[in-house]
Design a protein around this ligand. Structure first.
Ligand SMILES: [Ca+2]
Ligand SMILES: [Ca+2]
Length: 481
Protein backbone atom coordinates (compact mmCIF):
# COMPACT_ATOMS: atom_id res chain seq x y z
CA UNK A 1 0.00 0.00 0.00
CA UNK A 2 1.29 3.44 -0.91
CA UNK A 3 2.13 5.83 1.86
CA UNK A 4 0.37 9.21 1.87
CA UNK A 5 3.75 10.89 1.35
CA UNK A 6 4.38 8.83 -1.79
CA UNK A 7 0.91 9.60 -3.11
CA UNK A 8 1.43 13.30 -2.49
CA UNK A 9 4.79 13.41 -4.27
CA UNK A 10 3.35 11.43 -7.18
CA UNK A 11 0.48 13.90 -7.38
CA UNK A 12 2.89 16.87 -7.40
CA UNK A 13 4.94 15.24 -10.16
CA UNK A 14 1.76 14.55 -12.13
CA UNK A 15 0.58 18.16 -11.77
CA UNK A 16 4.00 19.46 -12.82
CA UNK A 17 3.84 17.33 -15.97
CA UNK A 18 0.27 18.39 -16.74
CA UNK A 19 1.21 22.05 -16.35
CA UNK A 20 4.06 21.57 -18.83
CA UNK A 21 6.38 23.05 -16.24
CA UNK A 22 9.80 24.15 -17.46
CA UNK A 23 13.00 23.71 -15.52
CA UNK A 24 12.88 24.65 -11.85
CA UNK A 25 13.91 28.26 -11.25
CA UNK A 26 16.97 29.03 -9.17
CA UNK A 27 16.42 29.17 -5.41
CA UNK A 28 15.43 32.56 -4.00
CA UNK A 29 18.19 34.82 -2.65
CA UNK A 30 21.90 34.12 -2.68
CA UNK A 31 22.70 30.99 -0.62
CA UNK A 32 25.99 32.59 0.32
CA UNK A 33 28.10 29.60 -0.55
CA UNK A 34 30.18 30.86 -3.44
CA UNK A 35 29.76 32.95 -6.57
CA UNK A 36 27.71 36.09 -7.20
CA UNK A 37 27.03 35.44 -10.90
CA UNK A 38 24.51 38.19 -11.71
CA UNK A 39 23.00 41.48 -10.52
CA UNK A 40 21.20 40.58 -7.30
CA UNK A 41 23.01 37.24 -7.04
CA UNK A 42 19.92 35.25 -8.05
CA UNK A 43 17.16 35.84 -10.66
CA UNK A 44 14.75 37.19 -7.99
CA UNK A 45 17.26 40.08 -7.59
CA UNK A 46 16.78 40.25 -3.84
CA UNK A 47 19.79 42.17 -2.52
CA UNK A 48 20.44 39.63 0.22
CA UNK A 49 23.14 37.03 0.77
CA UNK A 50 23.41 34.32 3.41
CA UNK A 51 27.20 34.58 3.32
CA UNK A 52 29.04 34.78 6.66
CA UNK A 53 32.50 35.92 7.74
CA UNK A 54 32.38 39.15 5.73
CA UNK A 55 34.28 42.24 6.89
CA UNK A 56 32.26 44.80 8.87
CA UNK A 57 34.91 47.45 8.38
CA UNK A 58 38.02 48.23 6.35
CA UNK A 59 40.35 51.13 5.59
CA UNK A 60 41.57 51.85 2.07
CA UNK A 61 44.40 54.07 3.40
CA UNK A 62 45.96 51.62 5.87
CA UNK A 63 44.82 48.63 3.70
CA UNK A 64 43.08 47.04 6.69
CA UNK A 65 40.90 44.23 5.31
CA UNK A 66 41.75 45.29 1.74
CA UNK A 67 42.59 42.11 -0.19
CA UNK A 68 43.38 43.82 -3.48
CA UNK A 69 42.57 46.86 -5.63
CA UNK A 70 42.34 46.87 -9.43
CA UNK A 71 42.28 49.92 -11.69
CA UNK A 72 39.20 50.67 -13.81
CA UNK A 73 38.38 53.50 -16.23
CA UNK A 74 37.43 56.98 -15.00
CA UNK A 75 33.69 56.25 -14.54
CA UNK A 76 32.30 52.88 -13.49
CA UNK A 77 28.56 52.27 -13.30
CA UNK A 78 28.61 48.52 -13.90
CA UNK A 79 28.15 46.42 -10.78
CA UNK A 80 30.73 43.60 -10.47
CA UNK A 81 29.78 39.94 -10.71
CA UNK A 82 31.96 37.06 -9.54
CA UNK A 83 31.96 33.57 -11.05
CA UNK A 84 34.37 30.80 -11.95
CA UNK A 85 37.30 32.42 -10.15
CA UNK A 86 36.90 35.70 -12.04
CA UNK A 87 35.42 39.15 -11.41
CA UNK A 88 33.72 41.00 -14.28
CA UNK A 89 32.83 44.69 -14.28
CA UNK A 90 31.79 47.41 -16.72
CA UNK A 91 33.67 50.72 -16.96
CA UNK A 92 34.97 53.16 -19.61
CA UNK A 93 38.23 53.22 -21.60
CA UNK A 94 40.04 56.06 -19.82
CA UNK A 95 42.55 53.63 -18.31
CA UNK A 96 43.55 52.74 -21.90
CA UNK A 97 44.91 49.27 -21.25
CA UNK A 98 45.45 48.72 -25.00
CA UNK A 99 46.63 51.57 -27.29
CA UNK A 100 45.27 49.54 -30.23
CA UNK A 101 41.78 50.27 -28.86
CA UNK A 102 41.88 54.06 -28.35
CA UNK A 103 39.30 56.72 -27.57
CA UNK A 104 36.04 56.74 -25.65
CA UNK A 105 34.68 53.19 -25.41
CA UNK A 106 32.56 50.99 -23.23
CA UNK A 107 34.73 48.33 -21.59
CA UNK A 108 33.99 45.06 -19.86
CA UNK A 109 37.00 43.97 -17.78
CA UNK A 110 37.77 40.54 -16.33
CA UNK A 111 40.04 40.06 -13.30
CA UNK A 112 41.26 37.01 -11.40
CA UNK A 113 39.21 36.70 -8.20
CA UNK A 114 42.11 35.60 -5.99
CA UNK A 115 44.51 38.50 -6.58
CA UNK A 116 42.85 41.04 -8.91
CA UNK A 117 45.17 40.37 -11.84
CA UNK A 118 43.74 41.75 -15.11
CA UNK A 119 42.78 38.93 -17.50
CA UNK A 120 40.99 40.33 -20.55
CA UNK A 121 38.70 43.09 -21.76
CA UNK A 122 35.98 43.63 -24.36
CA UNK A 123 35.83 47.18 -25.71
CA UNK A 124 33.17 48.86 -27.84
CA UNK A 125 33.43 52.18 -29.70
CA UNK A 126 30.64 54.69 -29.13
CA UNK A 127 27.41 54.74 -31.17
CA UNK A 128 28.00 57.04 -34.15
CA UNK A 129 24.82 59.04 -33.45
CA UNK A 130 26.49 60.24 -30.28
CA UNK A 131 25.08 61.21 -26.92
CA UNK A 132 21.44 60.72 -27.91
CA UNK A 133 22.06 56.95 -27.66
CA UNK A 134 25.43 56.60 -25.96
CA UNK A 135 26.49 59.34 -23.53
CA UNK A 136 30.22 60.17 -23.52
CA UNK A 137 32.45 58.37 -21.01
CA UNK A 138 29.63 56.41 -19.31
CA UNK A 139 31.17 53.08 -20.28
CA UNK A 140 29.25 49.85 -19.79
CA UNK A 141 26.51 50.02 -17.16
CA UNK A 142 25.22 46.45 -17.59
CA UNK A 143 26.08 44.00 -14.85
CA UNK A 144 26.88 40.69 -16.58
CA UNK A 145 25.22 37.33 -16.09
CA UNK A 146 27.55 34.31 -15.92
CA UNK A 147 26.30 30.80 -16.61
CA UNK A 148 29.10 28.23 -16.62
CA UNK A 149 31.67 29.47 -19.14
CA UNK A 150 29.25 31.84 -20.85
CA UNK A 151 28.95 35.51 -19.91
CA UNK A 152 26.08 37.73 -21.11
CA UNK A 153 25.90 41.53 -20.98
CA UNK A 154 24.61 44.59 -22.87
CA UNK A 155 27.23 46.87 -24.43
CA UNK A 156 27.10 50.67 -24.65
CA UNK A 157 25.97 50.12 -28.27
CA UNK A 158 22.81 48.31 -27.18
CA UNK A 159 24.23 44.96 -28.28
CA UNK A 160 23.60 41.84 -26.18
CA UNK A 161 26.84 39.84 -26.10
CA UNK A 162 27.58 36.26 -25.22
CA UNK A 163 31.32 35.81 -24.60
CA UNK A 164 33.61 33.07 -23.31
CA UNK A 165 34.60 33.71 -19.67
CA UNK A 166 38.05 32.26 -20.48
CA UNK A 167 38.62 34.61 -23.43
CA UNK A 168 41.35 33.30 -25.71
CA UNK A 169 43.36 31.94 -22.77
CA UNK A 170 41.84 28.53 -23.49
CA UNK A 171 43.44 28.70 -26.97
CA UNK A 172 40.02 28.26 -28.56
CA UNK A 173 37.99 30.74 -30.58
CA UNK A 174 34.38 29.88 -29.75
CA UNK A 175 31.78 30.57 -32.43
CA UNK A 176 29.65 31.26 -34.36
CA UNK A 177 31.58 34.55 -34.04
CA UNK A 178 35.17 33.70 -35.00
CA UNK A 179 36.24 36.80 -36.93
CA UNK A 180 37.54 38.80 -33.95
CA UNK A 181 40.30 41.21 -35.02
CA UNK A 182 42.03 41.00 -31.66
CA UNK A 183 42.71 37.49 -30.41
CA UNK A 184 45.46 37.94 -27.82
CA UNK A 185 45.37 36.75 -24.23
CA UNK A 186 43.97 40.13 -23.09
CA UNK A 187 41.16 40.15 -25.67
CA UNK A 188 37.57 38.89 -25.49
CA UNK A 189 36.26 35.80 -27.27
CA UNK A 190 32.78 36.65 -28.58
CA UNK A 191 30.35 33.79 -29.18
CA UNK A 192 27.26 35.58 -30.43
CA UNK A 193 25.75 39.04 -30.36
CA UNK A 194 22.30 40.55 -30.85
CA UNK A 195 22.18 44.20 -31.91
CA UNK A 196 18.97 45.58 -30.37
CA UNK A 197 19.17 48.82 -32.40
CA UNK A 198 19.43 46.90 -35.69
CA UNK A 199 17.32 43.83 -34.93
CA UNK A 200 14.34 45.19 -32.96
CA UNK A 201 14.67 48.90 -33.73
CA UNK A 202 15.52 49.98 -30.20
CA UNK A 203 16.50 53.63 -29.77
CA UNK A 204 18.29 53.71 -26.42
CA UNK A 205 17.98 57.07 -24.69
CA UNK A 206 21.46 58.26 -23.63
CA UNK A 207 22.56 54.88 -22.29
CA UNK A 208 21.90 51.18 -22.76
CA UNK A 209 21.49 49.76 -19.28
CA UNK A 210 20.16 46.32 -18.66
CA UNK A 211 21.57 43.41 -16.70
CA UNK A 212 20.56 40.06 -18.23
CA UNK A 213 18.65 37.39 -16.34
CA UNK A 214 18.05 33.81 -17.41
CA UNK A 215 15.50 31.04 -17.14
CA UNK A 216 15.81 27.72 -18.93
CA UNK A 217 17.22 28.43 -22.39
CA UNK A 218 16.21 32.07 -22.40
CA UNK A 219 18.11 35.28 -21.65
CA UNK A 220 15.99 38.35 -20.85
CA UNK A 221 17.04 41.97 -21.26
CA UNK A 222 15.30 45.31 -21.51
CA UNK A 223 16.06 47.31 -24.64
CA UNK A 224 16.50 50.81 -23.14
CA UNK A 225 14.28 52.12 -25.97
CA UNK A 226 13.36 55.72 -25.18
CA UNK A 227 12.79 59.29 -26.25
CA UNK A 228 14.81 61.28 -28.75
CA UNK A 229 17.48 63.57 -27.33
CA UNK A 230 15.00 66.46 -27.82
CA UNK A 231 12.59 64.75 -25.38
CA UNK A 232 9.66 65.63 -27.67
CA UNK A 233 9.14 62.31 -29.47
CA UNK A 234 9.75 58.56 -29.39
CA UNK A 235 11.73 57.73 -32.56
CA UNK A 236 10.94 54.01 -32.35
CA UNK A 237 7.51 53.58 -30.72
CA UNK A 238 7.12 50.01 -32.01
CA UNK A 239 10.35 48.68 -30.53
CA UNK A 240 9.91 46.27 -27.63
CA UNK A 241 10.70 47.19 -24.05
CA UNK A 242 11.82 43.65 -23.24
CA UNK A 243 13.13 40.75 -25.32
CA UNK A 244 13.94 37.06 -24.74
CA UNK A 245 16.85 35.47 -26.62
CA UNK A 246 17.97 31.86 -26.86
CA UNK A 247 21.08 31.56 -24.68
CA UNK A 248 22.92 29.32 -27.13
CA UNK A 249 22.12 30.99 -30.45
CA UNK A 250 21.17 34.58 -29.58
CA UNK A 251 18.00 34.21 -31.66
CA UNK A 252 14.96 36.29 -30.69
CA UNK A 253 12.29 34.13 -28.99
CA UNK A 254 9.77 36.69 -27.78
CA UNK A 255 9.35 40.44 -27.35
CA UNK A 256 6.77 42.80 -25.83
CA UNK A 257 5.89 46.41 -26.54
CA UNK A 258 3.02 47.08 -24.15
CA UNK A 259 4.64 50.41 -23.32
CA UNK A 260 4.17 51.65 -26.91
CA UNK A 261 4.72 55.39 -27.32
CA UNK A 262 4.07 56.19 -23.65
CA UNK A 263 7.74 56.17 -22.61
CA UNK A 264 8.24 59.10 -20.23
CA UNK A 265 12.00 59.33 -20.83
CA UNK A 266 14.23 56.23 -21.05
CA UNK A 267 13.98 52.56 -20.03
CA UNK A 268 16.90 51.63 -17.80
CA UNK A 269 15.47 49.00 -15.51
CA UNK A 270 16.52 45.37 -15.48
CA UNK A 271 14.22 42.31 -15.46
CA UNK A 272 13.83 39.71 -12.70
CA UNK A 273 12.67 36.08 -12.78
CA UNK A 274 10.90 34.05 -10.13
CA UNK A 275 8.21 31.49 -9.48
CA UNK A 276 5.12 33.38 -8.38
CA UNK A 277 1.96 31.54 -7.43
CA UNK A 278 3.27 28.46 -9.25
CA UNK A 279 4.04 30.33 -12.49
CA UNK A 280 7.59 31.27 -13.50
CA UNK A 281 7.38 34.93 -14.41
CA UNK A 282 9.67 37.58 -15.87
CA UNK A 283 8.98 40.89 -14.13
CA UNK A 284 9.92 44.03 -16.04
CA UNK A 285 9.75 47.69 -14.93
CA UNK A 286 9.10 49.85 -17.96
CA UNK A 287 9.36 53.42 -19.23
CA UNK A 288 5.72 54.40 -18.72
CA UNK A 289 6.11 53.80 -14.98
CA UNK A 290 4.25 50.47 -15.11
CA UNK A 291 5.63 47.12 -13.93
CA UNK A 292 4.64 44.11 -16.06
CA UNK A 293 4.77 40.37 -15.49
CA UNK A 294 5.15 37.78 -18.27
CA UNK A 295 4.96 34.02 -18.45
CA UNK A 296 8.70 33.34 -18.74
CA UNK A 297 8.82 30.83 -21.60
CA UNK A 298 6.10 32.30 -23.84
CA UNK A 299 6.17 36.03 -23.08
CA UNK A 300 2.42 36.04 -22.47
CA UNK A 301 1.62 39.16 -20.46
CA UNK A 302 -0.01 38.24 -17.15
CA UNK A 303 -0.42 41.53 -15.28
CA UNK A 304 0.53 45.20 -15.20
CA UNK A 305 0.74 47.69 -12.32
CA UNK A 306 0.94 51.50 -12.50
CA UNK A 307 3.46 52.86 -9.94
CA UNK A 308 2.25 56.46 -10.31
CA UNK A 309 -0.83 58.11 -8.81
CA UNK A 310 -3.25 58.86 -11.64
CA UNK A 311 -3.13 62.61 -10.97
CA UNK A 312 0.69 62.78 -11.08
CA UNK A 313 2.37 64.87 -13.78
CA UNK A 314 5.66 64.14 -15.54
CA UNK A 315 8.30 65.16 -14.65
CA UNK A 316 7.27 67.00 -11.47
CA UNK A 317 5.44 64.17 -9.70
CA UNK A 318 5.18 61.30 -12.22
CA UNK A 319 8.19 58.96 -12.22
CA UNK A 320 9.83 56.38 -14.42
CA UNK A 321 11.25 53.05 -13.21
CA UNK A 322 15.01 52.56 -13.04
CA UNK A 323 15.21 50.24 -10.02
CA UNK A 324 15.06 46.48 -10.46
CA UNK A 325 11.89 44.68 -9.28
CA UNK A 326 12.58 42.24 -6.42
CA UNK A 327 10.57 39.02 -6.23
CA UNK A 328 10.08 37.61 -2.72
CA UNK A 329 7.49 35.08 -1.52
CA UNK A 330 4.84 35.78 -4.19
CA UNK A 331 5.29 39.55 -3.99
CA UNK A 332 7.12 42.15 -6.07
CA UNK A 333 8.86 45.09 -4.37
CA UNK A 334 9.92 48.19 -6.32
CA UNK A 335 10.50 51.94 -5.99
CA UNK A 336 10.03 54.49 -8.76
CA UNK A 337 12.19 57.55 -9.45
CA UNK A 338 13.98 59.45 -12.18
CA UNK A 339 17.26 59.87 -14.00
CA UNK A 340 19.79 61.20 -11.42
CA UNK A 341 20.23 64.29 -13.64
CA UNK A 342 16.64 65.23 -12.72
CA UNK A 343 17.58 65.53 -9.06
CA UNK A 344 15.34 64.90 -6.07
CA UNK A 345 11.57 64.59 -5.91
CA UNK A 346 8.65 62.61 -4.56
CA UNK A 347 8.85 58.83 -4.83
CA UNK A 348 6.79 55.71 -4.26
CA UNK A 349 7.55 52.20 -3.07
CA UNK A 350 5.19 49.25 -3.45
CA UNK A 351 4.48 45.72 -2.38
CA UNK A 352 2.60 44.16 -5.32
CA UNK A 353 0.68 40.85 -5.51
CA UNK A 354 1.66 39.45 -8.93
CA UNK A 355 -0.61 36.42 -8.64
CA UNK A 356 -3.42 38.73 -9.84
CA UNK A 357 -4.11 39.14 -13.56
CA UNK A 358 -4.78 42.06 -15.91
CA UNK A 359 -4.50 45.64 -14.71
CA UNK A 360 -3.69 44.94 -11.06
CA UNK A 361 -2.97 48.54 -10.02
CA UNK A 362 -5.81 48.23 -7.49
CA UNK A 363 -6.33 44.48 -7.10
CA UNK A 364 -2.60 43.77 -6.73
CA UNK A 365 -1.75 46.57 -4.32
CA UNK A 366 -0.56 45.04 -1.04
CA UNK A 367 0.82 48.27 0.40
CA UNK A 368 2.19 51.62 -0.75
CA UNK A 369 4.93 53.56 1.06
CA UNK A 370 4.92 57.22 0.01
CA UNK A 371 7.44 58.64 2.50
CA UNK A 372 10.26 57.79 0.13
CA UNK A 373 11.90 60.17 -2.35
CA UNK A 374 12.73 59.35 -5.97
CA UNK A 375 14.76 56.16 -5.99
CA UNK A 376 16.84 54.16 -8.45
CA UNK A 377 17.79 51.60 -5.78
CA UNK A 378 16.78 47.94 -5.65
CA UNK A 379 15.29 46.60 -2.42
CA UNK A 380 16.65 44.03 0.04
CA UNK A 381 14.06 41.82 1.75
CA UNK A 382 15.05 39.67 4.74
CA UNK A 383 13.58 38.42 8.02
CA UNK A 384 10.32 40.38 7.77
CA UNK A 385 12.08 43.64 6.85
CA UNK A 386 12.41 45.59 3.62
CA UNK A 387 15.35 47.95 3.10
CA UNK A 388 15.11 50.57 0.37
CA UNK A 389 17.25 53.66 -0.23
CA UNK A 390 16.36 56.80 -2.20
CA UNK A 391 18.19 59.38 -4.29
CA UNK A 392 17.79 61.99 -1.52
CA UNK A 393 20.08 59.82 0.61
CA UNK A 394 17.67 58.09 2.97
CA UNK A 395 17.70 54.41 3.83
CA UNK A 396 14.27 53.17 4.93
CA UNK A 397 13.67 50.02 6.99
CA UNK A 398 10.04 48.90 6.53
CA UNK A 399 7.85 46.12 7.86
CA UNK A 400 7.46 43.45 5.17
CA UNK A 401 3.77 42.87 5.86
CA UNK A 402 2.52 46.43 6.40
CA UNK A 403 5.06 48.78 4.81
CA UNK A 404 5.24 50.77 8.05
CA UNK A 405 8.72 52.20 8.71
CA UNK A 406 10.78 51.00 11.67
CA UNK A 407 13.47 53.58 11.01
CA UNK A 408 15.12 55.77 8.40
CA UNK A 409 18.71 56.92 8.14
CA UNK A 410 20.04 59.96 6.30
CA UNK A 411 23.38 59.31 4.61
CA UNK A 412 23.63 63.01 3.66
CA UNK A 413 24.55 62.13 0.05
CA UNK A 414 22.76 61.00 -3.12
CA UNK A 415 22.38 57.22 -3.42
CA UNK A 416 22.68 55.40 -6.76
CA UNK A 417 23.46 52.01 -5.29
CA UNK A 418 21.34 49.45 -3.45
CA UNK A 419 21.35 48.24 0.15
CA UNK A 420 22.81 44.74 0.59
CA UNK A 421 21.85 42.59 3.59
CA UNK A 422 24.47 40.02 4.59
CA UNK A 423 26.09 38.60 7.70
CA UNK A 424 23.64 40.43 10.02
CA UNK A 425 24.43 43.82 8.50
CA UNK A 426 23.21 46.28 5.83
CA UNK A 427 25.83 47.75 3.47
CA UNK A 428 25.13 50.85 1.37
CA UNK A 429 27.36 53.16 -0.71
CA UNK A 430 26.73 56.80 -1.64
CA UNK A 431 27.83 59.50 -4.05
CA UNK A 432 30.17 61.06 -1.45
CA UNK A 433 32.13 57.82 -1.60
CA UNK A 434 31.06 56.57 1.80
CA UNK A 435 29.96 53.00 2.45
CA UNK A 436 27.85 52.79 5.58
CA UNK A 437 27.36 49.56 7.53
CA UNK A 438 24.31 49.25 9.78
CA UNK A 439 22.98 46.48 11.96
CA UNK A 440 20.29 44.38 10.25
CA UNK A 441 17.14 44.68 12.39
CA UNK A 442 14.24 46.75 13.64
CA UNK A 443 16.53 48.96 15.74
CA UNK A 444 18.73 51.42 13.90
CA UNK A 445 22.40 51.07 14.71
CA UNK A 446 25.25 52.43 12.61
CA UNK A 447 28.25 50.12 12.90
CA UNK A 448 30.81 51.73 10.61
CA UNK A 449 31.32 54.17 7.76
CA UNK A 450 34.26 53.98 5.38
CA UNK A 451 35.22 56.45 2.67
CA UNK A 452 36.28 54.90 -0.64
CA UNK A 453 38.04 57.97 -2.06
CA UNK A 454 35.49 58.72 -4.81
CA UNK A 455 31.79 58.27 -5.55
CA UNK A 456 30.32 54.80 -5.05
CA UNK A 457 27.65 54.23 -7.70
CA UNK A 458 27.56 50.46 -7.36
CA UNK A 459 26.52 47.99 -4.71
CA UNK A 460 28.68 45.99 -2.28
CA UNK A 461 28.39 42.33 -3.28
CA UNK A 462 29.80 39.12 -1.75
CA UNK A 463 31.59 36.03 -3.06
CA UNK A 464 33.59 33.38 -1.18
CA UNK A 465 33.81 35.46 2.00
CA UNK A 466 35.03 38.58 0.18
CA UNK A 467 33.16 41.81 -0.58
CA UNK A 468 33.53 43.42 -4.00
CA UNK A 469 32.66 47.02 -4.80
CA UNK A 470 33.81 49.77 -7.12
CA UNK A 471 34.24 53.47 -6.72
CA UNK A 472 34.51 55.65 -9.84
CA UNK A 473 37.82 54.20 -10.99
CA UNK A 474 38.86 51.26 -8.81
CA UNK A 475 37.56 47.80 -8.00
CA UNK A 476 38.03 46.68 -4.40
CA UNK A 477 38.14 43.20 -2.89
CA UNK A 478 37.60 43.38 0.89
CA UNK A 479 38.12 40.47 3.26
CA UNK A 480 38.81 39.89 6.95
CA UNK A 481 42.55 39.52 7.48
CA1 LIG B 1 37.86 30.80 -25.93
CA1 LIG C 1 34.77 33.73 -30.85
Amino acid sequence: MRSPAFALSALILFLACVAGAGPAPAPPSDPGTGDWPMWGGTPDRNMVSNMKGLPAEWDIKTKKNVKWVAKLGSQSYGNPVIAGGMVFVGTNNELLRDPQQPGDRGVLMAFRESDGEFLWQHTHTKVEAGRANDWPFQGIASSPLVNGERLYYVSNRGVVFCVDTRGFRDNENDGPVTDEKLTGQFDADAIWSFDMMAEVGSYPHNLSNSSPVMYGDLIYVSTSNGQAESHVNIPSPRAPAIIALNKDTGKLVWEDNSVGDRILHGQWSTPSVGEIGGVVQVVSAQGDGWVRGYEALTGTKLWEFDTNPKDSVWPRTRNELIATPVIYQNRVYIANGQDPEHGEGVGHFYSIDPTKRGDITQSGLVWHYDKIRRSISTAAVADGLVYISDFSGYLHCLDLQTGQPYWTHDTLAAIWSSPMVMDGRVYLGDEDGDIIVLQHGKEKKVLAEMNMGSAVYGTVVPAHGTLFTANRNELYALAVR
